[in-house]
Ligand binder design. Structure first.
Ligand code: SF4
Length: 72
């Protein structure tokens, strides 16, 4: 695992690009949920714990709208 993943990273959702596919929820249900408006939300804010980093990257890779941003 890369050093920046071990030391924590941040994720953001660009809601203007989100289309509600739920691929992020399937990849990382501990990080994402779908809000009442049908678009993705973060369960616990931007900070990703080191043990959640792998799923965060999976969600990033699987979002077809490139709506997930990862900030090292
Ligand atoms: S996979 Fe991407 S576009 Fe789909 S709900 Fe999640 S963040 Fe939104």
């Amino acid at each position: 695992m890369q050093l920046w993943m071990e030391s924590g990273m941040k994720i953001r959702i660009a809601l203007e690009r989100c289309k509600g596919h739920q691929a992020c929820v399937r990849s990382a249900p501990e990080l994402f949920f779908i809000g009442e408006d049908g678009f993705a939300r973060l369960r616990a804010g931007e900070d990703v714990a080191p043990e959640q980093a792998e799923n965060a990257l999976l969600a990033y890779d699987n979002c077809p709208e490139f709506a997930i941003e990862i900030v090292p």
